[in-house]
Design a protein around this ligand. Structure first.
Ligand code: FES
Length: 271
């Protein structure tokens, strides 16, 4: 299939700031996208065109589906000290209003694979890594699985609002400064929740994922991680997102973004 032909112009239902702290804000974008809402899976992403000034589309993880016709994207806008966003694309996107339209390609990528026999999932999200994992958690809960969600941020201001946490999940919050939840790094809490977990899923900063990969307690557990990297085409054509794995070079946009954590050669990855 030529994915470049699979473009959708979708109406914006809402585009609201849901979280803000010094240096960044998170927005939840809801789109009318009936054409893909029945085929998108947790871990997949869309490539959004962000205005005429941005040549490259922006990859955004799918955060959820609702009502068989709507798709949700949770994204972060970085802001510098003087308030200037360094990323033109997400800044443009954050200014789009209800009723407007955005053009995207997708769904793209492989998505998470939940084994049929898995009953208990342990999900580890750092920062905006919650975007694909919130979708995974909701879907798993709707299929009768138990979900424990470990959420980490630097401080209370960076923790996802309670109304966005999938209901039915056991949620454990950690912050680096202890301003809410348990004090410490989310990865440091993880060993205490491993027992009984059939599969582990994670997304977050590279340092977090690398530390996860180094935990000896995890070597006997199946762990999938979703990588967030810079992308050019998003469709497998440019090879700009390639990473080195134990199975050779892989394109994050086509063979990923979800990988078995054991397959990634972390010392050669920079995301
Ligand atoms: Fe072009 Fe992945 S972004 S191949």
């Amino acid at each position: 299939m030529n994915r470049l032909l699979n473009q959708v112009s979708a109406r914006i239902i809402s585009n609201d700031e849901v979280l803000s702290y010094p240096g960044a804000a998170y927005f939840l974008l809801r789109l009318e996208a009936t054409v893909i809402s029945n085929t998108a899976n947790p871990g997949q992403f869309l490539m959004l065109k962000c205005g005429d000034d941005c040549i490259l589309r922006r990859p955004l993880s799918i955060h959820g589906l609702c009502d068989d016709s709507r798709i949700e994207l949770l994204y972060r806008v970085i802001r510098t000290a003087d308030g200037t966003p360094p990323g033109k694309g997400t800044d443009w996107l954050s200014q789009q209003k209800k009723g407007g339209k955005v053009n995207f390609i997708g769904p793209l990528g492989n998505g998470f694979k939940v084994a049929a026999e898995s009953k208990r999932l342990l999900i580890v999200a750092g920062g905006i890594g919650f975007a694909p994992l919130g979708f995974l958690a909701r879907q798993a809960l709707s299929h009768g699985r138990q979900v424990t969600l470990l959420l980490g941020a630097r401080s209370a201001a960076g923790i996802i609002p309670g109304n966005m946490i999938p209901s039915g999940a056991t949620c454990v919050i950690t912050t680096d400064d202890g301003s809410t939840g348990k004090k410490g790094l989310v990865i440091d809490m993880l060993p205490g929740y491993l027992e009984g977990a059939d599969q582990i899923f994670a997304c977050g900063p590279q340092a977090m994922l690398e530390k996860l990969a180094s935990l000896p307690e995890l070597h006997s557990k199946p762990v999938q991680v979703s990588l967030e990297v810079r992308m050019g085409c998003g469709t497998g054509a440019c090879y700009g997102c390639s990473i080195r794995t134990t199975h050779g070079m892989k394109r994050v946009c086509r063979e990923g973004p979800v990988f078995d954590i054991k397959d990634i050669i972390w010392q050669e990855v920079s995301i």
